[in-house]
Design a binder for this molecule. Structure first.
Ligand SMILES: Cc1ncc(COP(=O)(O)O)c(C=O)c1O
Length: 450
């Protein structure tokens, strides 16, 4: 069927367009744990789409909520106007947010949520008369979406190098991945908490701490291959931020909504950030939506600083709190709660961990790391051909095994819907194991993306 579709005009994002279009991988339907490919095959979804369909595909309650809202009111502006569902949505999010985070700014995706959070941080300091705080700190290998703010604090070279200097005054902490010390750790790695000290000892020594507005981190770095915080590491970051009046922003676009077996990673780690960025699982990805959940006093600073009847924050989107997204989000929260999906993720996580670590010892497996229902499997690269090996596994999983995985460089990242069961976990890791056992030193598909 895909060879009847003209693929010429759609410029695909983050895709090897020429390689894809030579043999398109088309998905045409979805339900629960599976996609259907255009050749009719069922494809087990090992990645929740793009880390986002946490409740499984086409959940009937979410589908019905969107259908009903589309037939009732398609759109309402959020500038100087409102509609009930967006207010209900904010309250529903606050109900599961970490204690103390109770004001919600909505937008349309993770990138916008990150840029919104950075703007809130900068404006907050300025509004309380501390306008010198204009620096932002991110981390190497951090992914915070593709807006100019997000790529500035992000730490992925390829996402930055073509786009000029982006924001001024940004610096980065080192990432905490240390395979030499922590390979094959189950859950949080033992070694590396001291890497957090670099914030105080290097960055805040180099830059006057009184000039730093915020530190933004993913509690678990997802997109660059599942980098887990060593035990005690995030606690140290929290303490240093507190010491110097720096806002701590958790980017929970991936870790939110049950991925680590708790509502948010903040809950799992017992650390409350000053702002929490989320998207993806917020609506089960059925309609795009992102959000920043903010400490009340940060919000109130804006209210207090602006003259009466004036707009307090000059920021927003045409589709902020879109009625379809709000309806999808409310239904999604209901599904998470009524089906106890966060608890379910926590309950099945040990089985997922066991299956992930069964890959240890297979050819080319350099590291396996996991937390909740997320895991990274790092493979030895083909010399001079970074990403060729993992991409070969990805292609074979899709074409030969009917399993969707995701790769970044030579790391396979798995993040299945929270409704995955034991047999599906076995199928997912069994497929990868079979392919790895038959791996050649230089995979044959490598020529396609050399
Ligand atoms: C941690 C994190 N932040 C931000 C984003 C950007 O989200 P979006 O693609 O919805 O803009 C992502 C996307 O994967 C992400 O993983």
């Amino acid at each position: 069927m895909s060879n009847t579709i003209n693929t010429e005009h759609f410029w695909m994002p983050f895709t090897a367009n020429r390689q894809f279009k030579a043999r398109p991988r088309m998905l045409v339907a979805a339900s629960g744990m599976h996609y259907t490919a255009d050749d009719g095959r069922k494809i087990l979804d090992g990645t929740s789409g793009l880390w986002c369909v946490n409740a499984g595909h086409n959940h009937p309650k979410i589908v019905a909520a969107i259908q009903q809202q589309a037939a009732t009111m398609d759109y309402a502006p959020a500038f100087q106007m409102g509609h009930p569902k967006v207010f209900e949505a904010a309250s529903a999010l606050v109900a599961i947010a970490p204690e103390g985070l109770n004001r919600v700014f909505f937008c349309n995706d993770g990138s916008e949520a990150v840029d919104s959070a950075l703007k809130i941080a900068l404006a907050y300091h300025r509004m309380r008369g501390d306008g010198l705080r204009t620096r932002l700190i991110g981390r190497e290998r951090g992914y915070h979406g593709v807006g100019f703010g997000g790529i500035a604090v992000g730490g992925i070279a390829g996402n930055r190098k073509h786009f000029g200097p982006t924001l001024a005054g940004v610096d980065h902490l080192r990432h905490p991945l240390d395979i030499a010390k922590n390979a094959f750790s189950r859950g949080l790695p033992e070694h590396g908490a001291e890497l957090a000290d670099e914030l105080e000892q290097r960055l805040l020594t180099l830059h006057d701490p009184a000039t730093v507005a915020a530190l933004i981190v993913e509690p678990v770095q997802g997109s660059t291959g599942v980098i887990l915080p060593p035990k005690g590491y995030l606690q140290k970051l929290r303490a240093i931020c507190d010491k110097y009046g720096i806002l701590l922003i958790f980017d929970e676009v991936i870790t939110g909504f049950g991925r680590v077996g708790a509502p948010f990673a903040a809950d799992y780690f017992g650390i409350t950030p000053d702002m929490l960025v989320c998207a993806k699982g917020l609506t089960n990805a059925a309609v795009p939506m992102g959000a920043v959940i903010v400490r009340q006093d940060i919000h109130d600073t804006f209210m207090d600083a602006a003259p009466e009847n004036a707009i307090e924050f000059f920021h927003g989107y045409t589709y902020t709190g879109h009625p379809l997204a709000s309806a999808a989000m409310l239904a999604t929260m209901d599904v998470y709660r009524s089906e106890q999906l966060f608890e379910r993720a926590a309950a099945i996580a040990p089985c997922f961990e066991q299956a992930a670590h069964s890959l240890q010892g297979l050819p080319y497996v350099k590291d396996v790391r996991n937390l909740g229902l997320v895991c990274g499997i790092e493979l030895e690269s083909v010399p001079g051909k970074s990403s060729a090996r993992a991409f070969d596994v990805f292609l074979k999983c899709f074409w030969e095994k009917g399993v969707l995985i995701r790769t970044t460089g030579d790391i396979i990242a798995l993040s299945p819907p929270l409704v995955i069961d034991k047999a599906q976990i076995d199928q997912l890791f069994g497929a990868i194991a079979d392919i790895l056992k038959a791996q050649k030193a230089v995979p044959e598909t490598e020529a396609a993306f050399a």
